[in-house]
Design a protein around this ligand. Structure first.
Ligand SMILES: [Zn+2]
Length: 92
């Protein structure tokens, strides 16, 4: 039962992320990410790794060539959000 519900939720979330990626409107894409995060929070589901690393956790902006800067240092990837200046880091 739980697995089934989880699958539906993940489908919904990935759909929202796809929409957020496609739109050129920055505010709209932020809104889609916020909604997806709210759904994940409400249903107690963990976002998959690829989705978790796709957006800024402070301002919910989707990372792209224009909105982020990627650097690899000491076997870690650090992504700087150019909208709010927040850093996201993770190990390779
Ligand atoms: Zn940001």
């Amino acid at each position: 039962m739980r697995n089934k519900v989880n699958k539906q939720v993940l489908e919904k979330i990935s759909f929202l992320f796809q929409k957020a990626k496609k739109t050129k409107n920055n505010q709209l894409s932020k809104r889609y990410v916020t909604l997806a995060r709210q759904i994940a929070k409400r249903t107690n589901t963990k976002l998959p790794k690829n989705l978790r690393r796709m957006f800024c956790h402070k301002c919910n902006t989707i990372f792209s060539g224009k909105t982020s800067q990627r650097r690899i240092k000491h076997k870690k990837v650090s992504i700087k959000c150019l909208v709010c200046g927040n850093y996201t880091r993770y190990k390779i």
